[in-house]
Design a protein around this ligand. Structure first.
Ligand SMILES: [Zn+2]
Length: 95
């Protein structure tokens, strides 16, 4: 796909047979401003975003089906750990 679309990001790899099953929580009702620094491609029905807030970071997963988008998020982690987790999700090593 050409890089003309500004929302184009990487496509997550297929999930590996052996992978870590992450726990996905309903979004924490925190008042912090959330800054998204990386995100997977908008053309897929499941979007992964690396989010930062209050000196921590987490992955937000948004599933867009027929109805309203449904968002969940991982535990809040140290920034480096969240960055690592985001890469592992894209490689299909964790979901
Ligand atoms: Zn795409």
């Amino acid at each position: 796909m050409a890089e003309l679309w500004p929302f184009h990001g990487p496509h997550p790899a297929p999930l590996l047979a052996v992978h870590e099953r992450l726990t996905w929580y309903s979004p924490a009702n925190r008042t912090h401003r959330v800054r998204v620094t990386r995100h997977s491609c908008e053309c897929r029905s499941i979007l992964f975003e690396l989010c930062h807030a209050a000196g921590q970071a987490f992955i937000r997963r948004t599933i867009r089906g027929n109805g309203d988008p449904v968002a969940h998020e991982t535990d809040w982690l140290l920034t480096a750990a969240a960055e690592c987790l985001y890469q592992r999700i894209l490689r299909g090593e964790a979901r």
